[in-house]
Design a protein around this ligand. Structure first.
Ligand SMILES: [Zn+2]
Length: 266
């Protein structure tokens, strides 16, 4: 299956701009844009606001102005207070854009939670079907050798009881972890090639895009390759992983970079 045929699932994708290969896997890099309209009012959901505040709080915590809570014998800095977002116009704008982005994500992929118990299920809502564009769901599986495995399959597969829905392949969680690590490490190792793109994004009128670029420049600065899964870091960098029927995994990062992991041994 050629790359071209992988791109026909509703999401317009610009041509991959670079290609890297390490023998076992090849990586194709590109940027995606999509243009669904979002109703601002419906996007303004309280829970989403708080989720965004949490996500962006680390950026806010780095600002020179802080919110303090007075308590017996002194005061303590409060980093998770919603008022923090009012301090910086830039962060406020970013939060609004992030709310819209998540609303669109949920609509597009037929799920109702952007993230769910990430401590025990880091990939929840992040694995997307390359066939029908809906989310994959995780289920436990015991192999013939008695080993527990976590397997992901399309949530549309058995949506109607007894009727086979989406027939896309399943994928083991272990493979997803491997793909994320390899994709991130490819990004780190080829940082120089991405700097131009990120530097350009810093000037973007879309403040969220600029914010992401800034974070990716920071995260990759002098970074060592990841050797194991770090859930917090994954949540800060990964948008989603798209699973295609031929086993190709498209890792899409929050800055818009797409890295295709194709197992060429198969
Ligand atoms: Zn599907």
């Amino acid at each position: 299956m050629g790359i071209k045929s992988l791109l026909g699932f509703g999401q317009a994708r610009d041509k991959p701009v670079r290609n890297y290969s390490n023998g076992e896997y090849s990586f194709n890099f590109g940027r995606s844009t999509s243009g669904k309209s979002v109703n601002e009012m419906t996007a303004m959901q309280t829970t989403a606001v708080y989720a965004c505040v949490r996500i962006l709080s680390e950026a806010i915590a780095s600002l020179p102005i802080h919110v303090y809570r007075y308590k017996d014998g002194g005061k303590e800095r409060v980093c998770d207070h919603p008022l923090y977002t009012l301090i910086s116009k830039r962060i406020w704008e970013c939060v609004q854009l992030e709310i819209k982005r998540r609303k669109k994500y949920l609509e597009e992929h037929g799920t109702n939670a952007y993230s769910h118990r990430p401590e025990s299920n880091p990939f929840a809502s992040k694995i997307i079907c390359g066939d029908c564009n809906k989310v994959f769901a995780r289920k436990g599986c015991r192999s013939s050798t008695g080993v527990d495995r976590k397997v992901w399959q399309c949530s549309e597969r058995y949506k109607v009881k007894g009727v086979m829905g989406c027939a896309n392949r399943h994928v083991e969680e272990e493979t997803l972890v491997k793909a994320y690590l390899m994709a991130w490490n490819a990004l780190v190792e080829n940082r120089e090639d991405f700097m131009e793109q990120w530097t350009e994004q810093l000037q973007s009128e879309n403040l969220l895009e600029g914010y992401r670029a800034e974070k990716f420049i920071e995260y990759t600065d002098g970074a060592e390759p990841l050797t194991e899964m770090d859930t917090d870091f994954m949540l800060k960098t990964l948008d989603h992983i798209k699973v295609f029927g031929d086993g190709t995994l498209l890792v899409v990062f929050l800055d818009g970079t797409e890295i295709e992991c194709k197992n060429e041994e198969k």
